[in-house]
Every structure is written in C-alpha cells, then in structure tokens.
Design a protein around this ligand. Structure first.
Ligand SMILES: Cc1cc2nc3c(=O)[nH]c(=O)nc-3n(C[C@H](O)[C@H](O)[C@H](O)COP(=O)(O)O)c2cc1C
Length: 335
C-alpha cells in the first residue's frame, strides 16, 4: 500500500475528524457541495479500539467506519482520500484494530487520536492524556504500524496544562509517523482560547530536525480556505485541517460560492435523507437536528425557520417544515 500522503499536492487541506459530525452522510454531503480541488482528505469520527476488538462491541461501533456506496463513488471520482481515526490505551488492541481496518475496511490511512480532551475519555489515559505517557504513545503508534501497511498519522495537542510542543513532538517523531496534525491548544485549553499557531510552527521546525519525511498539519480556528493556505505558508506546514469552520460555512471548500436560498434548503434536505438512509434508527435524530443551523442562516426568516426545525422529531416533519417555509418565502421579512 502506498503512502497516499506523499502523492497529494501541497498544501494538503482536510476536513477534521468530528464525533457525531463526520459520518458517511455528512462526508458525502460535503463532497457533493465542495470543489474537489480544494478538499484532499476526510476523516471518520474517532472510534474505540476497545469496541473494535470486542466481539459484541464491534457491532456497535462498526457503523462509524462504514463508507456508503454513494460516498465511495464520490471518493473515487474526486480522488479524495479517507482516513479512519482510532483511540484507546492498549497497544495490542491498536494492533488488532489496525489489522481489521486494513483487511476488512476500505480506508487510505489510519489516524490515532491523541488530542481529545473530554474528561470521560482522558480519565483512563486515552487521547490527549497520552501526552503524559510518551512511551505508551510510542508503543501505540508502533503497534498500529505493525498491524497494517496503511500510512499511520497522529492528531494531537500541544500539551496538557502548558505547551510542551518541542518535547512531545520529539517523542512522536521518533516513531516516524506519516503525518502529525497539531491542534495548537493544550488539553486544559479545551476549545476555550484561541489556538496558538506559533506552537504549530514550532512543530514543523522540530520535524525538520528529527524526521523530515513526516508531514505536519496545523489545526485550530481556521475559518476559510484562504486562511488555510495562508497558515500553511506562514508556518511552513504541509497543510491544514478545518473543523468547526464548516459550521460557519458548509461551502467552505468551494471558495467564493454563494448558495441560493433554495440550494441551502435542498442541502439541508439532502443531508437529512443521507442521514436517514444510512443510520435509520441507529443514531438519535437530535444529532442531525443540531446541524440545521449551519444551512439556515443569513436569509430572511432564518431564525424562525431554525426554531421550527428544532422542534422536529423525524425527517418527515423536516420535509413538512421546509415545504411550509417555501410556500411563505415571498412574504417572509425578518431574519
Ligand atoms: C463536534 C466536534 C467533534 C469532534 N470530534 C473529534 C474526533 O472525533 N476526533 C478528533 O481528533 N477531534 C475531534 N474534534 C476536534 C476537531 O477535530 C478539531 O481538532 C478542533 O475542533 C479544533 O479545530 P477547529 O478550531 O478548526 O474547530 C471534534 C470537534 C468538534 C467541534
């Protein structure tokens, strides 16, 4: 298996892994409304190695890793790459999960989550807590590499309470991962302070010294494709990763594009249909409802429409609300 990261023109721009967001439905939707020239890589939601290695648990988590047929067609048509993200604490389970992902699934790479700061996750030493146990972190990366021939990358933060970028990057780079994405915040920062891009720049300098073949990506607060390119240049990076920026503008990977009101509503309905088709009753409808505000903004009547959509319980109700709104559009005045 080739290291696909090496074959993408730089700067490499990706949509970040996001729990309850970057499922196959949303990824397909994003591809459908993006310019493929501007979106290189997609990531899954983070998925537990404990779950993947458990006979019964696997059934529960495996849907997070499925790629629908229509998403697969789009990935192939646009040559967009897709990476499975995993998390946990036991190197042996990483080995088995990596083997499973490589042999049974359809991904271009494996990413290890060493960045999530959520309390219930870090209390057992997983994700960003691994910054405190660098020897275990290295074992985990090595086990993942041994388990598959897919390129292995790491997504992480700059420290626990304080930035410790240089030291932490040195540890990670010793394992020679294909790529590292540094989110320029500490575990303690959560998402509450602005990302510190100087730390990301520092990571690129350590890479130059320790292992120049590892690609370095920056992440944190990027709101536009222009900014993604600008930050890549400014901090000497191989690319950047966009997460919440897509909530402000789902068309972020299609710069300059101004969707009409009709298109916004059609996109919302398409997302609803893709979600329904894929998850059926396996995922709570409320997960989808939270998204509606990203499509319904910036036009007259948006706030009232959002409020109505927040009351819906299923896709049929969503269709009705949108139909009603469309009938009234010419008369709607306030935003
Ligand atoms: C709703 C949500 C879910 C997330 N889930 C994941 C995840 O599954 N794996 C991961 O590595 N990061 C996850 N993140 C973190 C993002 O990938 C990203 O690192 C973070 O939001 C900072 O980037 P931003 O400032 O561009 O949003 C999540 C973030 C959000 C907002």
């Amino acid at each position: 298996m080739t290291n696909f990261w090496k074959n993408i023109e730089k700067p490499i721009i990706s949509l970040a892994p996001m729990e309850d967001v970057t499922d196959t439905a949303f990824r397909e939707l994003v591809m459908r409304i993006s310019n493929p020239k501007h979106l290189d890589v997609l990531f899954t939601e983070f998925t537990s190695t404990d779950g993947l290695c458990h006979e019964v648990g696997r059934e529960n988590v495996i849907k997070r890793f499925k790629i629908s047929d229509s998403e697969r067609r789009l990935l192939d048509q646009t040559n967009t790459k897709i990476v499975a993200q995993i998390w946990g604490t036991d190197p042996e389970k990483y080995y088995r999960s990596a083997k499973f992902v490589a042999e049974e699934m359809d991904f271009d790479g494996i990413d290890i989550n060493m960045g999530c700061p959520v309390k219930k996750i870090i209390k057992n030493g997983a994700c960003s807590a691994l910054i405190n146990t660098p020897e275990l972190a290295k074992e985990i990366i090595q086990a993942t590499m041994e388990g598959s021939n897919l390129p292995v990358s790491v997504k992480t933060r700059s420290g626990i309470k304080q930035h410790q970028t240089e030291n932490w990057m040195r540890h990670l780079l010793e394992t020679k991962p294909a790529a590292i994405t540094l989110h320029g915040r500490t575990q303690k920062d959560m998402s509450e302070v602005p990302a510190e891009w100087e730390e990301v720049g520092k990571a690129a300098r350590v890479r130059d010294e320790i292992h120049p073949h590892t690609l370095i990506f920056g992440n944190g607060d990027i709101q536009s494709l222009n900014e993604a390119h600008e930050k890549s240049r400014q901090y000497n990076l191989d690319g950047t990763m966009i997460a919440r920026g897509i909530f402000g503008n789902p068309w972020i990977f299609n710069p300059g594009y101004q969707p009409s009101l009709d298109e916004r509503l059609d996109t919302l309905l398409l997302h609803t249909q893709l979600f329904d088709d894929y998850w059926q009753n396996d995922r709570n409808f409320a997960v989808l409802r939270r998204f509606y505000k990203i499509y319904v903004q910036g036009f007259p009547g948006a706030s009232k429409l959002r409020a109505s959509l927040m009351q819906t319980q299923n896709s049929e109700e969503v269709k009705e609300v949108i139909e009603e709104f469309r009938k009234k559009v010419p008369f709607t005045a306030e935003a």
